[in-house]
Design a protein around this ligand. Structure first.
Ligand code: NAD
Length: 264
């Protein structure tokens, strides 16, 4: 890898920031088994945080846990986030066993494509349940513990897609737009309890799933539309999440933070 190559990351994992305030923090990450979520899990593990992640992708998740074996090995909970009653029960069990969470990263989503004509009422519910509903209920389940602890951080993953009005993503984009409203609402409601709520807005991040959608020409088009010509990778999103979750960001709340290489 050439240091001058703008399409490659230039930092090794050992050169990345470590926030002392994240050491030992209880962190819950949804959709942590692959893609950006796996980068988030790895980033928080590197901080010495106590990380639990939810996912439905068993194989990827177990492989990640094995790869991150060591003093701060993350814990995987197989949990379908569209099943809210189970989500509530699992979070209650985790809090009962090991105490309240300090940080919630609402990351899981699914960006299946569809036309307006194809959308049935059932598909609407399925997409909004997959991309919006669980963010609220995961937060609702961890908030009492955060209040009792004297504070916490909720980081929601939005998307640049609706800001650019991309095609065939109407329901995903509807959910992602709502997430920015949810973030600001939480910030207002929870600020007095020292709970911060922020939203990270990724541009196009190179993950196994994204590579399903884009040909090399498609990728080149995205890079051409970015102000900077590097390809975003999960570590770039994790870097923002770590800062926002740390006490270094103690009065940062109620806003969106774009990590998109200036995609317009
Ligand atoms: N990759 C990008 O280019 C990009 C761009 C903008 C926004 N985002 C956002 O970043 C976040 C992560 O995206 P990604 O690209 O890593 O996605 P991804 O599809 O690669 O990974 C999502 C993870 O969530 C899990 N998941 C999905 N539905 C679930 C459910 N019902 N229950 C439990 N787990 C479930 C999946 O198994 C997977 O491990 C998402 O919120 C996404 O909308 C990503």
């Amino acid at each position: 890898m050439s240091e001058a190559d703008p399409t490659q990351t230039t930092l090794t994992r050992d050169q990345r920031a470590v926030y002392p305030s994240l050491k030992g923090k209880r962190v819950l990450i949804t959709g942590g088994g692959s893609g950006i979520g796996a980068g988030l899990v790895e980033g928080f593990v590197r901080q010495g945080a106590d990380v639990t992640f939810f996912d439905i992708a068993k194989e990827d998740s177990q492989a990640l846990v094995t790869r991150l074996s060591g003093a701060h090995q993350p814990k995987f909970e197989h949990c379908d986030l569209t099943d809210i009653k189970t989500v509530q029960a699992v979070i209650a069990r985790l809090i009962e066993a090991n105490g309240a969470f300090d940080v919630l990263i609402n990351n899981a989503a699914n960006d299946d494509r569809h036309t307006i004509e194809e959308v049935t009422e059932e598909y609407w519910d399925n997409r909004l349940n997959t991309n919006l509903k669980h963010l609220f209920f995961c937060a609702q389940a961890v908030i009492p513990g955060m209040k009792a602890k004297g504070g916490g951080v909720i980081v929601n993953l939005g998307s640049i897609s609706w800001h650019l009005a991309l095609s065939e993503l109407t329901l995903y984009q509807t959910a992602k737009a709502a997430i920015e409203g949810l973030t600001r609402s939480f910030a207002r409601e929870l600020g007095p309890d020292n709970i911060r709520s922020v939203c990270i807005v990724p541009g196009n991040v190179k993950t196994p799933r994204q590579m399903m959608w884009y040909t090399p020409e498609g990728e080149a088009e995205i890079v051409a539309a970015q102000c900077m010509k590097g390809r975003l990778v999960p570590d770039d999103i994790a870097a923002m999440a770590l800062f926002l979750a740390s006490d270094d960001a103690r009065l940062v709340t109620g806003h969106e933070f774009f990590v998109d290489a200036g995609w317009r």
